[in-house]
Ligand binder design. Structure first.
Ligand code: NAD
Length: 495
């Protein structure tokens, strides 16, 4: 099979890089290699950062309305190429087309938010701060910003970053995940078509060496990162040590509390989507159901039935399954070993997706929807992020116990409660330790106008991605205090 090209994009030129080796990009539905992501070293990174630095003065001086117009045109082009983008996501990541479409819409919302640049960048002013003195704030760009993104949303996560960074007047170097570097090529070809000036956005590919070169480059001002917690911590520590502004989103373990009064059909549907949507490879996946009182008895039989009914298969064909593969064979094996550790520690697998065979795609990286009951907080399966189609079930006696267990997590990304009691929901909302809370909403991932507010080990930094915090992250404030000396205007007119 001919491999798909995976070029870098530097100073407005697409180019193949061969010298430092490469990393295979799979079609997880089939298990075959579809491209090789080049491993860029510090020389290529330096070229990309220099190109972004050279493009900065002219881009900074481009009026915000003009920068916004680029993104109005871009939005239209994304709509026109929507299916092509979604098919590319399904091919390199394994998401179903429906999931890919949902994720691209989320990306488009970020472009729409960025189109508000002239309003988002407005400052404050106060006339007559003192006699004859006026004061105003301005939001100015930082310079060269960097985006380092994970495998699980090949289009959406990069789109959390570059539209807002660019519209704020910065230039950008993007390093997509080496596991899914292909969709980004389409996204940036379209941005070029919309009128992107040379050097304003650049792409490099690679792993640790490439990231290190970005984190330590003296001309890089800010770094946006999304990925696992250990890497997020490393990015934050290394980037800030080198004087960069950093926002680093990490991993998660999200708890969903189900009260005995929860509506069963609605909760089963929401839980099943939260746990098994995108094969569980979401930082907002509902990975642990904490059932309170008799909730498990009401819920589990239909939940098991729903999990066993999920059709798993290849996502690169017209007849779409309900769930696709996980990203690599290695990742599938890691999920299987976590399940084995859970069993060894006394948990019970009540819906078992491990033996799943997909006859028309025997080499794909498949795992069926799996539910594990009897989870205790000390088990490895309870504490570690699994990032696969696995739902843990923990049984608690009351809401206090449920909140206590959820709050023991090292992470703090998302959480949810299913109940018909306003009092229980209010109590949970106020006391639970997580940045994004759903009330009868299984995946409370925030939209572009709100920040993506992970807490604890789910986020390292001060200003989150998206929304007004995103604008603050990509700009620095200047406060200008003005006094004009000499004759008053009235005196001049009198002459
Ligand atoms: P990852 O941490 O392995 O990789 C993320 C990025 O970091 C990639 O571009 C990768 O090339 C780079 N990288 C990997 N190891 C590195 C190292 N040692 N040094 C420097 N750079 C390195 O994450 P992943 O497996 O691609 O993505 C899944 C993870 O991302 C999950 O933990 C998931 O929860 C998390 N995630 C978080 C959010 C959020 O908003 N909190 C959103 C999506 C995904």
């Amino acid at each position: 099979m001919t491999l798909q090209p995976c070029p870098v994009f530097i100073g407005g030129e697409w180019r193949a890089i061969h010298k430092n080796g490469s990393s295979p990009v799979f079609n997880p539905s089939r298990g075959d290699t579809i491209a090789e992501a080049p491993m860029c070293g510090s020389d290529v990174v330096d070229e990309a950062v220099e190109a972004a630095a050279a493009a900065f003065p002219a881009w900074r001086d481009t009026p915000p309305v003009e920068r916004a117009r680029l993104f109005f045109r871009y939005r239209q082009l994304i709509e026109e190429n929507f299916e092509r983008i979604c098919r590319s996501i399904s091919r390199e990541h394994g998401k179903t087309l429906a999931e890919a479409r949902g994720s691209v819409y989320r990306g488009i919302e970020n472009v729409e938010y960025a189109c508000g640049a002239p309003t988002l960048l407005m400052g404050d002013s106060l006339e007559n701060l003192a006699r004859g003195v006026d004061c105003e704030t301005m939001h100015q760009p930082l310079g060269v910003c960097v985006g380092i993104t994970p495998f699980n949303f090949p289009a959406m996560v990069p789109m959390w970053m570059f539209p807002l960074a660019l519209v704020c007047g910065n230039t950008f170097v993007l390093k997509p995940s080496e596991k899914v570097p292909l969709t980004v090529v389409i996204l940036i070809e379209l941005l070029e078509k919309a009128g992107l000036p040379k050097g304003v956005l650049n792409i490099v590919h690679g792993g640790r060496a490439c990231v290190d070169a970005l984190l330590t480059h003296p001309k890089v001002k800010a770094i946006s990162f999304v990925g696992s917690s250990p890497v997020a911590k490393y990015i934050f520590e290394t980037g800030t040590r080198h004087g960069k502004r950093v926002q680093a989103n990490g991993g998660a373990k999200n708890y969903i509390v189900i009260m005995p009064d929860a509506d069963v059909p609605h909760t089963v549907e929401a839980l099943s989507t939260a746990a098994f949507g995108c094969a569980g490879e979401r930082c907002m996946a509902g990975s642990t159901a904490i059932t309170v009182g008799k909730a498990a008895d009401h819920l589990l039989p239909s939940l098991i039935e729903a999990a066993q009914a999920i059709k798993v298969g290849p996502t690169d064909i017209e007849a779409q399954p309900d769930m696709g593969p996980v990203i690599t064979a290695q990742h599938r094996d890691r999920v299987m070993s976590l399940l084995a550790s859970g069993e060894k520690e006394g948990a019970r697998i009540v819906a078992d997706g491990r033996g799943l065979k997909v006859s028309d795609a025997p080499n794909g990286f498949y795992l069926g929807a799996t539910i594990v009951d009897g989870i205790e907080n000390e088990m490895t399966l309870a504490r570690e992020e699994v990032f696969g189609p696995v739902l843990n079930v923990m049984r608690m006696e009351d809401l206090d116990q449920a909140i206590e267990v959820a709050n023991k997590s090292a992470f703090g990304n998302g959480t949810a409660i299913f109940t018909n009691s306003g009092k229980a929901a209010r109590e949970f909302r106020n006391r639970v330790k997580a940045g994004m809370v759903g009330i009868n909403v299984g995946v409370p991932a925030t939209m572009a106008m709100f920040p993506f507010t992970g807490w604890d080990e789910s986020f390292y930094g001060d200003l989150h991605i998206q929304g007004k915090e995103g604008v603050q992250f990509y700009t620095q404030q200047k406060v200008v205090t003005t006094r004009w000396l000499g004759e008053g205007v009235g005196d001049v007119w009198k002459k």
